[in-house]
Design a protein. Structure first.
Length: 351
């Protein structure tokens, strides 16, 4: 009997940003200009995903300029992630190390201008554009934290995950949960709440145990809900880095039992967030102008991610078959890796 996706507890209201149409047009132009989406098959898949709708659900109160900026970050992260998850590159950390080093150079300020090269990886070109538009004027501690989370995403996805795939290592649930907040780039996205909301949280708040709990719980909710909705797609690809898969593997559960258990754990994390939120607001009433929009950003991330996951064709069971041929939609120019390897991925899959 086919499994059913469980209802995921989410007590936050559905909202969307009125500027989504503007951002949708902006993304079409930006991805063409940076070269992130070029081939027709990739363009069709990109448009079907509708990342503008996603960012509008996650940041319902952002102004048009900030909505465009964070939408560009979302798209960059998704397209790089597709290269690492859906294709052959995700099994070969050595081949992507060079381009990851170049991305790190953009972040630490040591990179040459990629536009002066003959054919630079498009992800490096786009990252340089994003970095230049994001970090001027930010607090040094925000920039340091954001850079750490961005590099942690890149290195964890290209070394830990790729190494597990290459060596057929199945991580424990505990290890996976800790790493998932890096491989899902959710900490990068949560950092951007400060940019979108126009706030600056002091380091003392980021170090407060209640804030750490609220942030960790909201990150877990987003990542695990994504695992529930992407489970079928990732099973087609033979992907082991999914909490539903790992629960089945380590606990010997059936598919429906594993899906339901992960949904229960999402509900527990949501309650953990709500408790920490109440404690923060009670303890620091003088900081409510800062904490309220920050916590609201975490709430809208949990709600918006769930709403978008329910509607996007990326996780629709009727569209899962496309992932058996990732060479049809992956753009080799994104990471600057030769096309023959992308084609090889279409034949080999990752099972």
């Amino acid at each position: 009997m086919e499994s059913e996706l469980p209802d995921i507890y989410c007590p936050f209201p559905q909202r969307t940003n009125p500027h989504v149409g503007h951002t949708r047009r902006h993304l079409a132009e930006w991805t063409r200009r940076t070269g992130l989406v070029h081939r027709e098959a990739a363009r069709q898949r990109f448009e079907q995903a509708d990342f503008a709708a996603f960012v509008g659900m996650v940041h319902p109160t952002a102004d048009p300029a900030r909505l465009d900026l964070v939408a560009d970050w979302f798209v960059w992260l998704f397209l790089v992630d597709d290269q690492l998850d859906d294709g052959h590159l995700g099994r070969d950390p050595e081949r992507v190390r060079n381009v990851v080093d170049r991305m790190r150079a953009v972040v630490d300020g040591s990179a040459p201008d990629p536009e002066r090269e003959e054919d630079p990886p498009r992800a490096v070109v786009a990252l340089a554009d994003l970095w230049e538009r994001t970090v001027p004027g930010v607090a040094p501690h925000w920039r340091t934290r954001f850079a750490f989370h961005l590099v942690a995403y890149l290195t964890t996805a290209t070394t830990w995950e790729a190494g597990n795939r290459a060596d057929d290592v199945v991580p424990s649930e505990e290890t996976y949960i800790a790493k998932r907040r890096h491989t899902g780039a959710i900490q990068v996205c949560m950092d951007l709440i400060e940019i979108v909301a126009g706030i600056e949280a002091p380091e003392s708040i980021h170090n407060d145990p209640r804030f750490i709990t609220a942030l960790e719980a909201s990150c877990n909710v987003v990542c695990w809900a994504n695992d529930v909705y992407s489970y079928e797609k990732e099973q087609v690809l033979g992907e082991i880095h999914n909490l539903v898969h790992l629960v089945r593997h380590h606990r010997g559960l059936g598919e429906q039992e594993a899906l339901d258990l992960v949904a229960e754990r999402i509900a527990t994390e949501t309650e953990r967030f709500l408790t920490a939120e109440d404690e923060l607001l009670d303890l620091y009433p003088q900081l409510s102008p800062l904490l309220v929009p920050y916590l609201d950003g975490m709430r809208s991330w949990m709600r918006g991610n769930l709403d978008w996951s329910r509607q996007t064709p990326r996780y629709d069971s009727a569209s899962v078959g496309q992932y058996q041929e990732p060479g049809r939609y992956l753009e080799e120019a994104v990471l600057g890796i030769a096309a023959d390897h992308a084609v090889q991925a279409a034949g080999n899959g990752r099972g």
